[in-house]
Design a protein. Structure first.
Length: 289
């Protein structure tokens, strides 16, 4: 769904996008953009108000919004969300960036020899029996957090350095990566079975995966995504990875209940002493006159 704003000359000045989830009960706000020359005039508020009203009309009971901090517009966006009665934004993920040239200098990148009971293997070589064993044990007694489950429906899995870890012949961990661009690999999620987590095995997996990217020579950029709910990994990033990163950003999330939203979207709102007409269309338009 798109809500667009235009000025008196019918020139586009803003756009808000949302996607209704398959359940039809909730939606994700994908972006809100206002031309710099028209900011701080209430345009963003009008777009967001109309967008949530339209979502409510289409049966959504809640809207969710995830955004990245560290942008010039972050503070203005958070003020907009606060005024619109969205929940207080909560930290979700750290998004870390670096180059292979820089991160290769990290002390923890030095090759670590694992005991012989461990085996690091290409994730694409996992056997059907091993996949079935993970699925069955997860179903009977869940041991893998949902967001770290290795068989998620996803595209662009990177075979070069997506790795698995066997312990005494059993798969106990993985580092899953994705190719975002010809020159960029994202380290999407890693996991080690809980009883082995304090032994630093995940760091060994990460280091081995990075080394494979370095050895490839033509993929200079890396992105590491870390959930803010994983305290040990956050500590490792801030203490040991940070000196070798070019940037660290945080994603935050918030939501708004649409149950009590007005049943009909407003047909006009006052913005900076000018009346704004909202045109009723599936892809609506906020027109300045």
């Amino acid at each position: 769904m798109a809500i667009a704003a235009s000025d008196a000359a019918n020139q586009p000045i803003g756009l808000a996008l949302a996607e209704i989830r398959p359940s039809g009960q909730s939606a994700e706000v994908l972006s809100i953009f206002v031309q710099p020359t028209h900011r701080q005039q209430g345009v963003g508020a009008a777009l967001l108000e109309r967008l949530t009203a339209e979502l409510s009309l289409r049966g959504c009971s809640s809207a969710h919004f995830i955004y990245t901090t560290g942008q010039p517009t972050t503070k203005a966006l958070e003020r907009l969300l606060q005024k619109g009665n969205w929940t207080l934004p909560q930290p979700r993920m750290l998004v870390c960036r670096s180059s292979t040239e820089i991160i290769a200098n990290a002390p923890w990148m030095r090759r670590q020899t694992l005991p012989s009971v461990y085996e690091i293997f290409p994730w694409q070589d996992i056997t059907t029996a091993e996949c079935l064993a993970i699925q069955q044990t997860q179903a009977s007694s869940p041991w893998i957090p949902r967001d770290l489950y290795p068989f998620q429906p996803e595209k662009n899995l990177e075979p070069l350095n997506s790795l698995g870890l066997r312990y005494q012949g059993q798969v106990v961990g993985w580092m899953i990566t994705h190719r975002l661009a010809p020159d960029t690999i994202r380290y999407s999620y890693g996991f080690i079975r809980q009883d082995l987590q304090k032994m630093g095995r995940l760091i060994s997996l990460i280091a081995n995966a990075i080394q494979l990217q370095i050895d490839a020579e033509n993929i200079p950029n890396g992105i590491w995504v870390v959930s803010c709910s994983r305290a040990p990994m956050l500590q490792f990033v801030r203490k040991h990875m940070a000196p070798y990163l070019t940037s660290i950003e945080e994603t935050r999330g918030c939501f708004k209940s649409l149950i009590n939203d007005a049943s009909q979207p407003t047909t006009s709102v006052q913005i900076a002493d000018r009346e704004t007409l909202i045109i009723e269309k599936p892809t609506a338009c906020v027109t300045y006159s």
